[in-house]
Design a protein around this ligand. Structure first.
Ligand code: NAP
Length: 306
């Protein structure tokens, strides 16, 4: 089977950690170009200017954008206008409206737009969804605590407007929550902790309808915690390790903690979408983030520096 050429845009942490290895192992894709001002992948033709790439490489029909959210819209729009299918890292944009605009553009031009949520591809998310589908949810609690210095070393963009702060990882938890709950919930309140020298929160405590709460914190040292616990009329479910391990009533039920299959699954899904001529854009996780930033009570906390 011939592999379809894809270009990676924004060669930084996630491109090198996940996208490049996933593409190297993929039966569907050939990494045919990179576009990045500084970053490169050994052995792959490297471009530094996106407009020039679009003009010079008509042989590459798909682009995968691994940039931070703020510069993503301009790249996605240019790619769609140039007739390329587009895959977006999470979160799909800096605002909801810009993603709506991209959806319309992709639809009008008959192109695929895929807003990925890598955490939804974690091993235990589908079994958790199936288990909850047959039960009544009585409440849930998310604990998402990690070390920003480990996962975003020196990345000041996360603390700039549009960088989303602790919602950059927190939206992964919300992407799982919105996938597994049988009925939607809405945000009812938020307490947002902003370092006094920064523009985005470093911690957030959220409340939702349906007795759902969330605790996001980017100051966790030592072991990292990515847990979602759900109470139902017939037992308790816990998703641990970022959706990779499922426990039912305290006992292991599905999943595996070691093998990272999220990005290969995203690229397999992108291949399906392109073949089918379809798009997939679910903004539910980002709606909760926008609501938290709309309803949130701001609390100033000590300055943060990397
Ligand atoms: P990053 O390393 O800071 O950025 C990726 C690359 O984008 C940079 O190396 C840079 O490459 C380019 N870039 C940065 N700012 C730009 C700008 N203003 N204009 C044009 N290009 C710019 O970030 P990352 O950690 O890979 O995260 C990127 C996206 O992946 C985010 O949306 C994040 O939520 C998501 N993600 C990250 C992780 C993680 O663990 N870090 C995990 C999952 C998903 P050049 O300087 O070479 O152009």
């Amino acid at each position: 089977m011939t592999r379809t050429k894809v270009a990676l845009v924004g060669i930084g942490k996630i491109a090198l950690d996940q996208h490049v290895p996933a593409l190297a192992a993929s039966p569907d894709w050939e990494l045919a170009a990179t576009i990045s001002r500084k970053g490169e992948v050994p052995g792959i033709p490297a471009h530094t200017d996106f407009a020039a790439f679009l003009a010079e490489r008509p042989d590459v029909p798909v682009v995968s954008l691994c940039l931070p959210p703020v510069p993503r819209f301009a790249h996605a729009e240019a790619a769609l206008l140039a007739g390329r299918h587009v895959m977006l890292e999470k979160p799909p944009g800096a605002t909801l409206a810009e993603v709506h605009e991209l959806q319309a553009l992709a639809r009008d031009r008959g192109l695929t737009l895929y807003a990925t949520w890598h955490s939804r591809m974690a091993h235990a998310v589908a079994p958790a969804k199936a288990w909850l589908a047959e039960r009544t949810v009585q409440g849930a609690h998310i604990t998402w605590r990690e070390d920003v210095r480990k996962w975003h070393p020196g990345q000041d963009w996360v603390f700039e407007p549009g960088g989303m702060g602790v919602f950059d990882p927190g939206i992964n938890a919300l992407s799982i929550l919105t996938e597994i709950l049988p009925r939607p919930v809405h945000l009812t309140g938020a307490r947002l902790e902003f370092p006094e020298n920064r523009q985005t929160p470093i911690a957030a405590q959220l409340t939702f309808s349906g007795n759902v709460t969330a605790d996001f914190d980017w100051r966790q040292q030592g072991p990292q915690t990515w847990d979602i616990e759900v109470r139902t009329d017939r037992g308790e479910l816990a998703l641990r390790m970022g959706g990779n391990v499922l426990e039912i009533d305290g006992k292991p039920a599905a999943g595996e903690a070691t093998i990272m299959g999220e990005y290969p699954a995203l690229y397999a899904r992108m291949a399906e979408l392109v073949r089918a001529g379809e798009s997939e854009v679910d903004l539910a996780p980002m709606v909760h983030v926008a609501d938290a930033l709309t309803l949130g009570r701001r609390v100033a906390v000590e300055p943060f520096d990397f």
